[in-house]
Ligand binder design. Structure first.
Ligand SMILES: [Zn+2]
Length: 167
């Protein structure tokens, strides 16, 4: 129940124990602070951005790396995932998503992040004006996107699952 990587209280460092909490089940508990310590992790959204006019998918390159990935970003505290999807697309690409659809989630251990994948449809690709976080971008057909997404990445897992089911 207690994640071995989060076995100590983030406030005081004491070893956590397991304790029942009404309505929640067994929850990690700090006997020193006398308080429950729910698991901590990050939440991010990743987006398969589709041009509704052409059915093409936007893939981007970032951080000086040569492979194509999906547009993505972390949630702000208090923000809804739907808001984060729209905000990240606007901030990073300048475009407006007019319809979004939830796909699936995966936990990404290296960054302790729950990644939540959405499809986001845009109508007006002429608004595309990438910010400095994006080195380059390309609109791909579905089959080209499948070939160009970074292999064995979480982005590829999300994209391929979407392409396989959305036929
Ligand atoms: Zn504590």
């Amino acid at each position: 129940m207690i994640d071995p990587k989060q076995g100590f209280c983030p406030e005081c460092g004491s070893k956590l124990i397991e304790k029942p909490l009404e309505g929640e089940g067994i929850i990690p508990f700090c006997p020193t602070c006398n308080d429950y310590r729910f698991p901590k992790f990050n939440v991010a959204v990743s987006m398969i951005v589709i041009n509704e006019q052409t059915d093409e998918i936007l893939l981007i390159q970032q951080y000086g790396k040569p492979f194509y990935i999906l547009v993505a970003g972390y949630l702000n505290r208090g923000e809804q995932e739907e808001q984060a999807v729209n905000r990240e697309i606007k901030e990073e690409t300048g475009m407006t998503a007019y319809r979004i659809h939830f796909n699936r989630t995966r936990f990404y251990e290296p960054s302790n992040t729950l990644m939540c994948n959405f499809t986001a449809y845009v109508k007006d690709a002429s608004e595309l004006n990438p910010n400095s976080e994006i080195d380059s971008y390309h609109w791909f057909s579905r089959e080209e996107a499948r070939k160009n997404i970074r292999p064995n990445s979480l982005a590829a897992e999300f994209l391929l699952a979407f392409l396989d089911e959305d036929k």
